[in-house]
Design a protein around this ligand. Structure first.
Ligand code: UD1
Ligand code: CA
Length: 481
């Protein structure tokens, strides 16, 4: 965490023309969260005193999407360039005796640690210059204006090129469209992440001009302006260039999403999770995995999902916002959302567990069984082709194949209660609201509309008739015609 006065400014007002989208660029999602969320997360990780977000194009959509508690938003009505965007936020830092962290909102892969390290680097520079770190007021006359994060990228196309002197002080940053052929050869690029001493930044912003290929007010020009006054911005090259990748079109969005996914998989793999064919696996930020979890290909883990020790997830399962216990088996092609699966349960193959369900220990939910908003008790089996909705099912119950809780009467949903050790015959229709008592039995194919007492049998179907020799009679009838 940064231990000097710091205000963060995140630039997110641009339209993102290259996205060719109705939606503002920064709300496009990466692994289930808006792109801008990741940048804000990294910024807040170092705990600046304030986080100010510059919004403009479709600002309300951006504000809603990031849903950031404690962030402040300023409105840049016309997007005249990154320098203009920062200028729009100047009221937050013009009288501030500290630093301003500026970061582009389209750089989602930067790590909080990297921002922290840049802050430490800045402190070291100041110390080297002999400033009194405990008293930032003593710093005003010093020559250090800040730090810009840079990286060497395999393909620098589209980025501002960093031109430095031999002391790692930046001479200027040249945008792609303004660069000479020689400058275009430089592969050290501007990340769009800077720390500036606030009073210097404030002065320099006043002097920005838009005499360039794009007729924009470039924030990067601040560096050259300050240098003319012998105030220097140092380049800090960060080793992992992927952290600074900017997202300007949908291909870059996909590329960044893959890198992020790979980071999460690396983290969990080193923590003791086995991934089979990891490239095919989708895993989001809030997912939490324990040791000896085994995940097969094409598994999608979304939202706040946690999976406990020894659990195996077979191919093609989707799990959203769910808590999965220890030694659970989720067999292929199952879909689980907003639910809890307790230890040693078996789900699937081809099972669907919908919101609000709890599948208790050792229960088995088999093929083509749909469970919605229901509690399924310990060691209860529903192995084939059933719908259990708004049900409270006790322990060691057997739900026969084809059983359906008829929970909806066309107006309202009603509850089904099945008590411990009941035996529900195959193809029972349980017309809710209804209660089936402990150890009660229902006959196969029955439509049960009244409560069944404990240990009773409820059967609702016609007596079976036997007509001897019917096959012969039927044949004769056809021969006559
Ligand atoms: C910018 C840098 C470039 C750097 C690159 C890193 C400038 C002039 N160039 O270029 O040196 O290598 O980022 O990714 O700064 N924005 C506003 N208001 C505006 C214009 C932009 O808020 O008026 C926001 C955008 O929403 C975006 C960010 O600023 O999040 C960067 O703008 P963008 O147009 O993408 O800049 P680049 O051309 O990528
Ligand atoms: Ca950009």
């Amino acid at each position: 965490m940064i231990d000097f006065p710091l205000i963060a400014v995140v630039l997110a007002a641009g339209k993102g023309t290259r996205f060719k989208s109705e939606k503002p660029k920064v709300v496009h999602q990466i692994l289930g969260k808006p792109m801008l969320w990741y940048t804000i997360f990294a910024v807040r990780w170092i705990k600046p005193q304030k986080t100010v977000i510059v919004v403009g194009h479709k600002k309300d959509e951006v504000i809603n999407a990031v849903n950031c508690d404690g962030c402040e938003f300023v409105y840049q009505q016309e997007q005249l360039g990154t320098g203009h965007a920062v200028y729009t936020a100047k009221d937050y830092f013009k009288d501030f005796d500290g630093y301003v962290l500026i970061i582009n909102g389209d750089t989602p892969l930067v790590r909080g640690e990297t921002l922290h390290n840049a802050g430490e680097y800045l402190k070291a520079l100041i110390r080297y210059e002999g400033a009194d770190l405990t008293n930032y007021r003593g710093y005003r006359n010093k020559s250090i204006a800040g730090v810009v994060l840079t990286a060497r990228v395999p393909n620098p196309y589209g980025y501002g090129r960093v031109i430095k002197d031999k002391d790692h002080r930046v001479i200027k940053i040249v945008e792609e469209k303004d660069a000479t052929n020689q400058e275009k050869q430089i592969n050290e690029v501007n990340s769009g992440i800077y720390f500036f001493y606030a009073p210097y930044l404030t002065q320099a912003l006043e002097k920005l001009e838009n005499k360039n290929a794009q007729q924009e007010y470039y924030l990067t020009d601040v560096i050259e302006i300050l240098r003319q006054e012998e105030k220097y911005v140092y380049a800090l090259e960060i080793p992992d260039y992927t952290e600074i990748l900017g997202v300007n079109d949908r291909l870059q969005l996909a590329g960044v999403e893959n890198i992020l996914k790979e980071r999460y998989i690396t983290f969990w793999a080193l923590n003791g999770t086995t991934f089979h064919n990891p490239q095919s696996i989708w895993i989001e930020f809030d997912v939490d995995l324990s040791r000896d979890v085994e995940i097969h290909q094409n598994v999608v883990l979304q939202g706040k999902t946690s999976i406990d020790e020894g659990t195996v997830i077979e191919p093609n399962c989707i799990i959203k916002n769910s808590k999965i216990g220890k030694n659970v088996k989720i067999l292929a092609n199952s879909y689980i959302e907003d639910s809890e699966i307790q230890d040693n349960a078996v789900i699937g193959p081809f099972a669907r567990i919908r919101g609000g369900s709890v599948i208790k220990e050792e229960a088995v939910i088999g093929n083509f069984v749909e469970v919605k908003n229901s509690v399924i008790g310990r060691k209860t089996n529903a192995r084939h082709l059933s719908y259990l909705g708004d049900a409270e099912v006790g322990e060691e119950v057997n739900i026969g194949a084809g059983t359906i809780t008829c929970n909806y009467d066309g107006f309202k949903k009603h509850k089904t209660v099945i008590k411990d050790r009941a035996f529900i015959g195959s193809d029972t229709m349980l017309v809710a609201p209804i209660t089936i008592g402990e150890e009660a039995i229902t006959g196969s194919g029955s439509v049960i509309t009244k409560d069944v007492p404990d240990k009773a049998l409820a059967i609702e179907r016609n007596q079976q008739k036997i007509i001897e020799n019917y096959a012969e009679k039927r044949k004769k009838k056809y021969e006559k015609n």
